[in-house]
Design a binder for this molecule. Structure first.
Ligand SMILES: Cc1cc2nc3c(=O)[nH]c(=O)nc-3n(C[C@H](O)[C@H](O)[C@H](O)COP(=O)(O)O)c2cc1C
Length: 323
């Protein structure tokens, strides 16, 4: 269960930072892994409207959005956007990230690809503003609504505070801690108690990536899925990407990682290996099942397709068995 927070205030120790860190602490107490991206400290180039994303599904701009923010938004179970109101919307730094998520919008609506996390990802908004007007958060709410839609997150509402101006106003608010804790509990409840399954193969470039995407896609609300490799490759396999795209499943923004890193992040109850059981580290209490599938790396694309279909069948059976 990963909670990613986008921190949008440029103030050194201000209200938004307090609000988001209070939320993240509450999330950690509920068992979540958290990652805050302070967008004001990142190298973020605003959208240049090259429109490459709308034709090809990727953004040619090289910066922290590409290297860090896109992958984290794809991995997150819950995305929390936190911002002060600047002229009736989010800050420019945060808006630049939102605009760059046109890439996700294009992959969803132009290329018709579905993110495996679509069925379970949630989005939440934290906001503060100095004035008390009725319309203070209207512009922000609209931007947030369309942002969360583009990143396949169900917009689950907000905690928005009026009359917050001095840097310590939020911390002095009498009910904020309680309200944030309640929101975190409500948002994370659906993710708790899911069975933790790790899919492992050698390079984490084909088989375990496909298995984990199918499992997330078909049963993200029942399974807490991760994946890893005993000898992780540098990048995921391009044929694997193609054959999953044929099924309408978007595998972009993923990178191979080690089994050890996956276990450290999310101690599994069940490990499913793809024919390499002996290379898997022993996790006390975890059951290991081997699916004994051939490695499709370097084989013709038809072979990759067959392995994909075999994996899909096995994942469907696994989901039936865990019901
Ligand atoms: C450039 C700028 C624009 C702002 N625009 C608004 C606004 O439109 N409405 C409002 O109520 N407050 C506005 N504020 C005030 C901030 O929202 C408020 O001080 C907030 O508490 C700052 O949060 P922070 O400490 O997390 O940065 C603005 C502040 C700045 C610096």
């Amino acid at each position: 269960m990963l909670v990613v927070g986008l921190q949008g205030s440029p103030r050194k120790k201000g209200n938004t930072k307090y609000l988001l860190s209070t939320f993240m602490t509450a999330a950690e107490e509920l068992g979540a892994r958290t990652h805050v991206i302070d967008v004001t400290q990142k190298e973020i180039i605003p959208c240049k409207e090259y429109t490459v994303c709308e034709k090809k599904g990727y953004c040619p701009i090289e910066d922290d959005v590409k290297d860090e923010i896109y992958p984290l938004l794809r991995e997150a179970d819950l995305v929390v956007v936190a911002t002060p109101i600047f002229f009736y919307n989010m800050t420019a730094q945060l808006k630049a990230v939102v605009d760059r998520c046109q890439t996700f919008w294009a992959r969803k609506y132009k290329l018709k690809l579905k993110d495996p996390g679509a069925g379970m990802r949630r989005g939440f908004l934290l906001a503060v503003g100095a004035t008390k007007g009725k319309n203070l958060f209207e512009g922000l709410n609209l931007t947030a609504q369309y942002f969360f839609d583009a990143i396949w997150a169900k917009f689950e509402g907000s905690l928005a505070y009026r009359g917050i101006e001095g840097p310590k106003d939020m911390a002095a608010h009498p009910t904020v801690k309680e309200e944030v804790a309640q929101a975190a509990e409500r948002l994370l409840k659906p993710f708790q108690g899911r069975k933790k399954v790790l899919f492992a193969c050698r390079e984490n470039a084909c088989r375990s990536q496909m298995a984990s995407a199918f499992a997330q896609f078909l049963a993200g609300d029942k399974l807490d899925v991760s994946n890893g490799g005993s000898q992780p490759a540098e990048k995921i396999n391009s044929d694997m990407l193609k054959v999953m795209h044929e099924k309408g499943i978007d595998m972009e923004f993923r990178s191979p990682r080690s089994i050890e890193a996956a276990i450290a992040d999310n101690a599994p109850e069940l490990i499913i290996t793809m024919g390499c059981k002996e290379q898997c580290p022993l996790v006390p209490g975890a059951k290991i099942i081997d699916w004994d599938l051939p490695d499709p790396a370097g084989q013709p694309i038809e072979f990759m397709r067959d392995v994909r279909d075999e994996i899909e069948k096995k994942v469907v059976n696994l989901i039936d068995e865990t019901k």
